[in-house]
Design a protein. Structure first.
Length: 414
């Protein structure tokens, strides 16, 4: 297949790609910011509504799990109705629900708005990837994907600090209303630039590197071996990140006797390492097309540095550096991961595939905290790192197997 021209692959002129990436990244930043608005307010909301932490946790479960699992059916709607309209509807609903939480008079109302916010949050991954795939030239798509992923992680990092800063100047109600209004402002800006946000049409040509499942669409595509293997990757990856974020601090304290300050510094290094790794890999993947090698190499780096904290006698500074490098490795695996998945997708199927595989991240991230917490309750802090390493190995295996399976299917279809 001959490579299509840049005009065929670049629906938006190059000068408009920056605004497209900026708008999509801005919405993704807000989606992650919204998710973490409530946890910092739990001590206040517990007193305000006279509820337990279990009930407050239920609100987050309704928000996070609903939004995560709904990505799969929403992906089908994205491909059928167009990503732009679904993105507008989801961002508007998400922002409006957060705003209305500020007016909630009882916990039941807060729970209803959490459900609505979760529904709104379900559109971002399937719609964002479909728009980027249709609006950005493939030679620059790695950087676009990395900025999108970076903005989400950055939103998560900013949310606790941002919401508590607002509360310190006002109160929790005004803080939530302000965040919701800012989200609606982003929504309004997107509406003004809506003509730039294009999804890939089903009739569009692609870059000659797809598809691993020729002739498969819809459910048959989602159940194809390469896509299922990437679903497994997302589950394993979600287990790693969910477990380390939740319990690496406690494990370092119990295993090495670190003070809380040093242990939390290691966690902070891990979180910022992920962000740095995403940005670094975003530049590399557009220059070096061996995306599977980049992903596997990054995960191997994370693997080595995840095993190292099990060893006795490591000083606090070394543990901080190791956790930071673990984050870099895990973050650097994400942009090549996105491009490997894109290479599996026939035109017009982007939303459903990305929506489907991201369900795996929700599953892994939801299972990890209680699973890893049980290891600590049993007095095995070293297993936090040992099991994380095992899931990284599993992630590597999924990437390699998906790539080999995709290659074998391409050869058969040739």
């Amino acid at each position: 297949m001959s490579a299509p021209s840049e005009a065929q692959l670049d629906p938006a002129p190059r000068r408009r790609e920056g605004p497209v990436v900026g708008l999509i990244s801005g919405g993704h930043f807000m989606s992650h910011f919204f998710v973490l608005c409530l946890p910092p307010l739990f001590p206040i909301l517990k007193v305000e509504f006279n509820v337990s932490y279990v009930e407050l946790g239920l609100a987050m479960t309704a928000y996070g799990l609903l939004g995560g699992f709904m990505q799969a059916p929403v992906g089908f709607l994205v491909d059928r109705l167009g990503p732009r309209n679904l993105l507008f509807a989801g961002l508007g609903l998400n922002a409006a629900a957060i705003l209305m939480m500020g007016f909630a008079q009882n916990f039941e109302m807060l729970l209803v708005f959490a459900v609505l916010a979760g529904l709104g949050n379900s559109v971002f991954h399937p719609a964002d990837y479909a728009i980027l795939n249709g609006s950005i030239h493939p030679d620059r798509l790695g950087r676009a994907f990395s900025m999108h992923t970076f903005s989400g992680f950055f939103g998560s990092a900013c949310a606790p600090v941002g919401i508590l800063a607002l509360v310190s100047f006002t109160d929790w109600r005004v803080a939530l209303i302000s965040v919701g209004l800012f989200g609606l402002l982003i929504w309004a800006v997107m509406l003004l630039w809506r003509s730039s946000l294009q999804g890939a049409a089903a009739s569009d040509s692609d870059d000659g590197d797809v598809s691993a499942a020729p002739g498969r669409t819809g459910i048959r595509l989602l159940l194809s071996p390469p896509v299922l293997l990437f679903l497994g990757f997302f589950i394993a990856y979600g287990m790693v990140t969910g477990g380390l974020r939740a319990f690496s601090v406690t494990a370092l304290v119990n295993l090495h006797g670190l003070g809380l300050d040093q242990a939390n510094t290691a966690l902070t290094g891990f979180l910022f390492g992920v962000v740095g790794g995403i940005l670094l890999a975003g530049v590399i993947v557009d220059r070096y097309p061996q995306h599977a090698r980049i992903a596997v190499g990054a995960l191997l780096l994370a693997l080595v540095c995840t095993i190292a904290p099990i060893w006795a006698g490591l000083p606090g500074l070394a543990l901080i550096v190791l956790l930071t490098v673990v984050g870099v490795g895990l973050g650097a695996a994400l942009p090549p991961r996105d491009l490997l998945i894109r290479a599996l997708i026939p035109p017009g199927e982007t939303g459903k595939v990305f929506g489907f595989v991201f369900v795996g991240f929700t599953v892994g991230g939801s299972i990890a905290p209680p699973f890893f917490g049980g290891l600590l309750d049993a007095g095995n802090p070293s297993l936090i790192f040992g099991l994380s390493a095992a899931f990284i190995v599993l992630s590597i295996a999924f990437v390699i197997a998906a790539q080999l399976t995709a290659l074998r299917q391409r050869v058969k279809s040739a």
